[in-house]
Design a protein around this ligand. Structure first.
Ligand code: NG6
Ligand code: CA
Length: 500
């Protein structure tokens, strides 16, 4: 009798495990796309039909956040489920940085591996490579994405404006030439190639004055950092996006018969904005607008591929961005002069680098036909929660509090509830906390305004408190009117900081 019960229990446990939904999952991650950059988020000057279509059948979030207002920390949070501000060295990384994601702890892609998925990353990485800054770009570059949970990787190391401007596929730079070895240096000039400081005439896209994009010129674009050699390995900026799309489609195709997780990390609309030639001039808003159209088209191509392979119903696609928008991020590319009334941050204040809402509040649309109803969700969600949410959905335990800042909000992600986090932390130069739509920004001595990028940083030596419910544009600091609220949020923030 007992035996029968045990067998029955065993069988039932097995059934529940099988019953867990295991859709393919794709996270499409834009770079510096703002809350107001898509027409489904209210843009009228820039129309993004593919993402609009995507949003019609998807759940469009109005309060979704990255952990931080720049790239590396946001991606660190996405991968590890840990706030980047808990760890030194998680700020914007140079292109020669060592890997900052631990190889011995749980990560988002490892959650998928544990659930039996095939995992891949295609696109921008920006979380460092190898054990040290000094590394041989001409050999095996280890550790990297493959060591933190991706079975397949096709990446560029940092940003399109940082050397080395090469693609790396599973540890190896593509197009290596042993007679023309690649060297990279972020401190001293190497090689004899011209740099932006010396030869402005060679630039097809001038850098903004004193803006730090004046080192080695590659394809007429001055980069951050010096590079020598590897002439055949260097990408052409116009082809970067299409190369990523091609590799993403190939990954989907190769893994169509098993569950797969693809982290498709786009470069648009980060600088340098060099769209494929067919997109140049298409938006009328300069190259920033053009690359957003290119991004929109890319999303459409991925959706077409899923439909063609009959995978669209069984694939959960999350579209979002790594931080808020910026117009002038170092090149005179028309983003400012051809803005034409477009508002990249929409109704929000600030942008990339800012502790105001536009720094971390980003578009996020989740689409899973048949499983997620279309509509909008005001649930407060952080990308740091993807790790625990997927782990929970798959029934995978996360041990030793390894992703301690990640919360399970699976039901909010799939639209079963509009209730997400009870509180949210934002990070850019200082920390802010949002609870019940009251936002407290910690005082900071930092600059209130970044002239280089024309950004309101949101930093102030005073306490700031905003009521996002009726002041989403953060215009009225009501800290002095509500000292009790300030004290409460300050205390909660201190607790979170001390927490893990
Ligand atoms: C900044 C760069 C900016 C951009 C940013 C990283 C200067 C003056 N500015 O340091 O152009 O590359 O880093 O952007 O060099 S992120 O989206 O990857 O965080
Ligand atoms: Ca970014």
């Amino acid at each position: 009798m007992n035996r029968i019960i045990i067998v029955l229990l065993f069988f039932l446990t097995g059934l529940t495990a099988i019953a867990k939904p295991r859709p393919n999952v794709i996270i499409i991650y834009a770079d510096d796309l703002g809350y107001g950059d898509l027409s489904c988020y209210g843009s009228t000057k820039l129309l993004t039909p593919n993402l609009d279509r995507f949003a019609v059948n998807g759940l469009r979030f109005t309060h979704a956040h990255t952990t931080s207002a720049t790239c590396t920390p946001s991606r660190y949070g996405l991968m590890t489920g840990q706030y980047p501000w808990r760890k030194q060295g998680t700020g914007v990384l140079p292109g020669d940085a060592a890997l900052i994601v631990p190889t011995d702890k749980i990560t988002l892609p490892k959650v998928f591996q544990k659930a039996g998925y095939k995992t891949g990353i295609v696109g921008k990485w920006h979380l460092g490579l190898g054990d040290e800054i000094e590394k041989d770009w001409n050999g095996e570059i280890v550790p990297g994405p493959n060591e933190v949970g991706f079975d397949y990787s096709f990446i560029f190391p940092a940003t399109a404006d940082r050397v080395p401007t090469v693609f790396i596929e599973n540890h190896k730079v593509i197009g290596l030439d042993e007679n023309d070895k690649i060297e990279v240096d972020y401190k001293n000039k190497i090689g004899t190639e011209p740099s932006g400081q010396e030869d402005e005439d060679l630039l097809k896209m001038p850098s903004s004055i004193h803006h730090g994009h004046e080192n080695t010129i590659i394809n007429g674009v001055g980069r951050i950092g010096y590079m020598k050699g590897g002439k055949m390995a260097r990408w052409t900026d116009e082809e970067v996006s299409l190369s990523f799309l091609t590799k993403a489609k190939a990954f989907i195709d190769e893994n169509k018969s098993k569950p797969f997780f693809l982290y498709f990390s786009l470069t648009e609309p980060h600088v340098p904005r060099v769209p494929a030639t067919i997109f140049k001039g298409k938006s009328g808003l300069g190259y920033r607008g053009d690359v957003i159209l290119q991004l929109d088209w890319t999303v459409g191509e991925i959706m077409k591929e899923l439909e063609y392979l009959k995978l669209d119903k069984n694939t959960l696609v999350i579209f979002t961005s790594d931080n808020g928008p910026v117009l002038d991020d170092g090149y005179r590319d028309g983003a400012v002069t051809k803005q034409n009334g477009h508002t990249p941050a929409g109704v929000l204040r600030g942008g990339k680098y800012s502790i105001f809402e536009a720094g971390t509040r980003v578009p996020m649309i989740v689409r899973w036909p048949g499983k997620i109803k279309g509509g909008t969700s005001s649930a407060v969600i952080s990308q740091i929660d993807f790790l625990a949410s997927f782990a929970n959905n798959f029934g995978i335990p996360v041990v030793n509090n390894e992703a301690g800042d990640s919360e399970n909000h699976w039901d909010a992600i799939i639209g079963k509830t509009q209730k997400g986090r009870t509180f949210l932390i934002e990070h850019a130069g200082t920390l802010a906390i949002v609870k019940d739509e009251m936002k407290y920004i910690s005082p900071s001595d930092g600059q209130a305004y970044y002239e280089l990028t024309n950004t309101e940083s949101g930093l102030s030596p005073q306490d700031q408190l905003y009521n996002l419910r009726n002041d989403i544009g953060e215009k009225n600091n009501i800290a002095t009117n509500f000292p009790g609220k300030v004290a409460e949020l300050k205390l909660l923030l201190e607790k979170v900081k001390a927490g893990k």
